[in-house]
Design a protein around this ligand. Structure first.
Ligand code: 5RP
Length: 228
């Protein structure tokens, strides 16, 4: 089955968990795009009052154009629920995000949320994290030094470019260094190390953050609760 259909199926299933009056975090990516379409329709049809916070200008533009009410994260004390995509999820519900270079905003929004749901197609479910290069957001200042640090650690950093050769910039105008690790045997140890790396703004390891994963499969959406 087409990967986009599986993403759409997971996305459309997720909006059942949104209730009238909620403050909702909206993630970023192609799967979230389907979710925002479905959410805007439901909000309109059922005349729901939602307050939404976005994790990228892409999602903000889409959500606003569809009539969803968007506020700044600083204008809410907390979020009830955030729905976001993911690049990899392992069997312990740990994830890699940042394929869309939005992981810094996504992590801040997820951390402000009571509940987090990830929506993915089944290709994102893995035994061990790491085949997907781990995104890190870094400053221009000290790029040479932090690249060397990662090279010395055999993390194989690659500065992210668009297909047309232009350098990728995050919302905050920083750079993305993708770490080609192949296998992350101890995600918590790596996250701890990266959390202490000077010059690193944020990394794409999202650990112990998700409450529910909705996987689009050939047999329909599979809803998996992370009982913690
Ligand atoms: C953006 C992300 C996305 O959620 C992740 O890359 C999944 O994207 P998609 O739904 O397009 O596969 O982390 O920074």
């Amino acid at each position: 089955m087409d990967q986009n259909l599986l993403k759409k199926e997971a996305a459309e299933s997720a909006i059942q968990f949104i209730e009238d009056g909620m403050k909702v975090g909206l993630g970023t990516g192609s799967t979230v795009k389907y979710m925002v379409d479905a959410l805007a329709k439901r909000t309109h049809d059922e005349k729901m009052q939602l307050t939404c916070v976005t994790t990228s200008s892409r999602t903000k533009d889409q959500a606003e154009s569809l009539g969803l009410k968007i506020v700044d994260l600083n204008d809410v004390d907390h979020l009830d629920l955030t729905i976001d995509g993911a690049d990899e999820i392992d069997k312990n519900f740990q994830g890699i995000k940042g394929g869309g270079a939005a992981h810094t905003m996504e992590k801040i929004v997820a951390t402000a949320s009571d509940q987090v749901i990830w929506i993915v197609d089944e290709s994102k479910m893995v035994d061990t994290l790491g085949k997907f290069p781990l995104p890190t957001e870094v400053f221009d200042y000290g790029l040479t030094q932090i690249t060397k640090t990662f090279e010395d650690l055999n993390y194989h950093p690659v500065l992210r470019h668009y297909d047309d050769g232009k350098i990728v910039r995050t919302h905050f105008k920083n750079l993305v260094l993708d770490l080609h690790l192949d296998q992350i045997k101890d995600p918590h140890a790596l996250a701890d190390q990266l959390d202490h790396q000077v010059g690193l703004v944020e990394h794409g390891l999202f650990l112990d953050m998700v409450n529910k994963v909705i996987v689009g499969t050939e047999n329909g959406p599979r809803i998996i609760d992370n009982i913690r």
